[in-house]
Design a protein around this ligand. Structure first.
Ligand SMILES: [Zn+2]
Length: 289
């Protein structure tokens, strides 16, 4: 059976896996993300090489930032910026197989649509919450592309006076509700920056105002972003993925929907933080021709 190697380049971890056409993970590897783009590129090559075998027909790479899939190139990066590197060509030459690039949020939503929480959805929205916040939109069963890079939902504005974002604007939901932002909120409240969201929820239920304030600062703006996406797209489901997707789902449950117009099921990613590699593998298998 044909397989593909899928790679998910995150700001903190790089995940890679060999995937079959049904989305099953046959082998997987994971490493902390190296710093400089050239090192990350070499790291991706090493991971693909380690998972490569005779069954592998193609390679798929999900990267943070905007990707123009028609030209198989990155237009901008996120916390990891590989946009100056012609990754598709480099890996294609090294491995002699087609290499498919796409935004990491799109890869994750492809997987959730194929075998996860958005399986029966015609229209779905995904937020991937990790070091930054990625996004993706599925409309009528296909990833919505716009001119090239639709679905950058981490850059929905939730506070016009908020912190400066990597994109150059202020108050994007990535600046309030990513993993990076959670650590900042914890530090500001005088709590250890490694405190888990489960622990915060437990402390908040026991009456801790510090824990409650961190949860409100982190998940409150996400409620605005989710409601804005629902108002714009009227999806069948909103999926929360990435390393903190399940935690955000729990935290959001404590923040009520204000407007009944914008109700929609919100689900944690069924594939958890494996959605990115599974989607990258499935995209590689379906788009290689
Ligand atoms: Zn932004």
């Amino acid at each position: 059976m044909a397989t593909a190697v899928g790679v998910d380049v995150g700001g903190t971890r790089i995940r890679a896996a060999r995937i079959d056409a049904a989305g099953a993970v046959l082998a997987r590897l994971e490493q902390p993300t190296a710093g400089a783009p050239e090192l990350v590129c070499a790291q991706i090559e090493d991971l693909v090489r380690a998972l490569d075998d005779a069954t592998v027909d193609a390679v798929g790479i999900g990267v943070p930032g905007r990707v123009d899939i028609r030209h198989n190139r990155m237009m901008s990066g996120g916390y990891v910026d590989l946009s100056g590197i012609d990754l598709g060509n480099i890996l294609g030459k090294t491995f002699g197989r087609p290499v498919v690039l796409d935004n990491d949020g799109n890869m994750a939503l492809l997987a959730e649509h194929a075998v996860g929480s958005a399986r029966s959805a015609g229209t779905a929205v995904m937020f991937t919450i990790g070091t930054g916040i990625g996004g993706a939109v599925l409309a009528e069963g296909r990833i919505l592309r716009g001119k090239a890079a639709a679905g950058q939902l981490g850059h929905l504005t939730v506070d016009k006076n908020g912190a400066r974002c990597l994109c150059g604007r202020r108050g994007c939901v990535e600046t309030t509700s990513s993993g990076t932002a959670l650590a900042d909120h914890l530090a500001a409240a005088g709590l250890p920056t490694a405190t888990s969201v489960d622990r915060l929820l437990e402390e908040a239920r026991k009456g801790s105002e510090a824990a409650r304030s961190v949860l409100d600062a982190w998940a409150g703006p996400m409620r605005f972003a989710v409601d804005t996406a629902i108002a714009a797209l009227d999806p069948d489901v909103v999926v929360l993925g990435g390393g903190l997707g399940a935690a955000m789902h729990e935290a959001l449950a404590e923040i009520p929907v204000e407007a009944v117009w914008y109700r929609c099921p919100v689900a944690p990613a069924m594939l958890g933080d494996r959605a990115g590699v599974i989607g990258a593998g499935l995209a590689a298998l379906s788009r290689q021709g």
